[in-house]
Design a protein. Sequence first.
Length: 88
Amino acid sequence: MGEYSISDKVIGDIVDCIAKGQKGELKVLKVFTQNTKNGIRLTVFILVKYGVKIIEASKLFQESVASRVEQMTAFNIDCVDIEVRDLI
């Protein structure tokens, strides 16, 4: 069927759009992508709004990123690591 590729910037933009849909609770600082034998591993550095339950918001964001990036790119998402860097 052929091959296609998607740049890391596009994946980062998708992740940023997903974060904007989280009611302003999160802001994406950086997205790293790494190809593995099972798919793509994403590492996302975020800022979380003060007063938000960090673990719940991060888990919801992690699940959203995994499912929506996989759906939009048709790539298997092996892992999504979320690292909270600071509060805003």
